[in-house]
Structures are given as C-alpha cells and as structure tokens.
Write a new protein. Structure first.
Length: 94
C-alpha cells in the first residue's frame, strides 16, 4: 500500500509541476527554448530583460521584452508561469 501511495505522489507531483509551466524567473535559456513559440533569440531576450530589470512579477510582463508581443504572449498560454518566492540562480543568456 505504501508503494502505491508513493508512486501516486511522485506521478501527480510531476504532472502538477508540468501543468504549472516553465517559471520564467528561474528558467535557463535551454528551458525557455524548449517552450513552443520561443527560440534562441527570444529566450536570450527574456534572460537579458530579467537580468536588467529583475524578476518578472507576472507572465504579462513578457510583453515588455523585445520581440514578444500580444500574439506570442497568447500563444505561450499556460506554458510559462511566475512562481512566488522563486530564487534566481546564475542564469545568463548564452
């Protein structure tokens, strides 16, 4: 019974983290590039914006990043998120 419970916790824990989307405040360039609709140029621009202005307060703030407009922001949908209490750790644009 304990094994089944452990498997369920791991399975649902993993799936919930996927549903939350990539945290744009802690994501590396590779993480950002893995998101449908973002390539190397936009991923680099997001990291440069984050390094210059600090952590994003909301996903909508991505609209301030060069090359990301309302259309791309809408396309990103639930693929990205901003987690409260996130800590930025030495990520820089490649």
């Amino acid at each position: 019974m304990k094994k089944i419970f452990l498997i369920l916790v791991i399975f649902f824990g993993f799936n919930l983290s996927v549903l939350a989307g990539v945290d744009i405040n802690t994501a590396s360039q590779a993480d950002l590039e893995s998101i449908k609709g973002l390539g190397p140029v936009k991923a680099k621009a997001i990291i440069e914006y984050r390094n210059k202005y600090g952590m994003f307060k909301s996903v909508e703030e991505l609209a301030n990043v060069k090359g990301i407009g309302a259309g791309i922001l809408k396309q990103l949908g639930d693929q990205v998120s901003v987690q409260e209490g996130a800590v930025l750790t030495g990520t820089k644009a490649d």
